[in-house]
Ligand binder design. Structure first.
Ligand code: GP9
Ligand code: MN
Length: 418
């Protein structure tokens, strides 16, 4: 109701960090390309499996002069998996605890990043070679005000170009960039990859490295499909360059959620060469986050601890779009005054010092059990954030909020709750 919204707005405005001045507008008016890296976890980056490099192209990107790479970045998804990651990206809200928000609240009012970019002259689009109703995307994208959804119908899948869940990522990238050449500029185009998805099957010709050898076929194959996804990312960059779209774009890429669940802990433990504690499981929720700005020249590895909830504020600041009055639970990752505190959907969290998981407080650096006092003040705050976000979704509270002025349309609120 209205008073709940007052409380949430007060909370958000008192905790939101001022975005970075230095990075403000650095990608202004460029095309924005956001790539969802299916099931990609950070542990495969800059790593080897049986002496084989798993992600050669992305490894180079982590050292690239035009790339800022975030190795301490976590996914915050729940049951809605990929769709939850899209929800977080677009809204800087947490997804729901017990169900997929794309299904349960597709009729809500949102203030999505797509809507925001649309208001700033952008054409907004999502490309994904799957059926449009999967995760209720076709309906939810209307609520998110995405201008166009290019689903499987927009792609030509030749013989040998499908595997696993559908179209292979390499031809998907080729055709996606082809689609971009026909878009009005500037555009915001979001690409959802698919090949690196459970059960991680590949055709022989797409296996660039050999399998791992453990009791988990899932983990064994995962390295190969991650290697294939790396090839698809390279293809994207090559195609953008070939089609003259590269220089005037910014490319943001993020891993959507884990690919290897805790069911494969024995095999994972074999790969990592250590026992897996709740601390390690939490650390395995790291997913890569890349910001690639052609011509930037000051690329670096940014150790800041953050999560998917921070993508919207970070991206909008780079695009030079003000979001001061927006209700966002994340912060610009480049902000000088931001507090390191990343909350998982299930209440686990990471601070600058500690990891709270399995009911224990671990030292972030060593992974050893630490004094619970380090975590205690954050336990309630984590719950509070999740509950506020949930209240916004369940009450459809953004209906009563004017993000232009930050004013509450409270006159309408009481009537609507009856
Ligand atoms: C399906 C793709 C994968 O369209 O987004 O979904 P997931 O199972 O990862 O949520
Ligand atoms: Mn996914």
């Amino acid at each position: 109701n209205g008073s709940e919204l007052v409380e949430v707005t007060n909370y958000v405005s008192s905790t939101q960090a001022e975005p970075s001045d230095e990075m403000h507008g650095i990608a202004k008016d460029r095309n924005l390309i956001v790539v969802t890296l299916e099931s990609l976890q950070t542990f495969v980056l800059n790593n080897e499996m049986n002496g084989q490099t798993i992600t050669p192209f992305m490894n180079e990107l982590t050292k690239d002069k035009d790339t800022i790479y975030f190795p301490n970045f976590y996914h915050q998804t729940g049951l809605g998996k990929t769709s939850d990651s899209e929800f977080i990206l677009e809204n800087s809200l947490y997804p729901r605890g017990g169900s997929a928000v794309f299904f349960t609240h597709s009729g809500n009012t949102y203030n999505s990043m797509a809507e925001k970019l649309g208001e700033n002259g952008y054409f907004t689009n999502v490309q994904h070679a799957n059926t449009k109703s999967f995760w209720n995307r076709d309906i939810m994208y209307q609520a998110l005000e995405i201008d166009e959804f290019q689903d499987i119908e927009s792609f030509t899948i030749e013989e040998g170009q499908a595997v696993n869940w559908g179209m292979k990522d390499v031809p998907f990238m080729q055709q996606s960039v082809e689609h971009m050449t026909e878009m009005q500029q500037p555009f915001y185009s979001r690409l959802l990859t698919l090949t690196n998805h459970h059960p991680f099957y590949l055709d022989e010709e797409d296996k660039f490295i050999s399998e791992f050898d453990s009791n988990s076929g899932t983990l064994n194959r995962y390295f190969q499909t991650a290697r294939y996804l790396d090839e698809a990312v390279k293809e994207l960059f090559d195609e953008l360059k070939a089609k003259g779209l590269y220089e005037n774009s910014i490319i943001v890429m993020y891993g959507d959620h884990y690919g290897i669940s805790e069911n494969h802990n024995a095999a994972m433990s074999q790969f990592l060469g250590k026992e897996i504690t709740p601390y390690d499981t939490a650390q395995l929720q790291k997913v890569p986050f890349f910001v690639h700005i052609p011509g930037y020249g000051e690329g670096h590895v940014n150790e800041e601890i953050g999560g998917q909830i921070d993508m919207r504020p970070t991206i909008l600041n780079l695009m030079g779009i003000e979001a001061d009055e927006d209700i966002q639970f994340g912060d610009d990752l480049f902000s000088e005054e931001r507090e390191e505190f990343t909350v998982f959907r299930d209440g686990r969290f990471i601070t600058g010092e500690n990891v709270y998981a399995g009911g224990s407080c671990y030292d972030l650096e060593t992974g050893e059990i630490d004094d619970p006092a380090g975590c205690e003040p954050f336990i309630d705050r984590a719950m509070q954030q999740l509950n506020y976000s949930e209240a916004i979704i369940n009450g459809d509270l953004l209906r009563f909020y004017d993000e232009e002025t930050g004013e509450l349309l409270t006159d309408e609120a009481p009537a609507a709750t009856q």
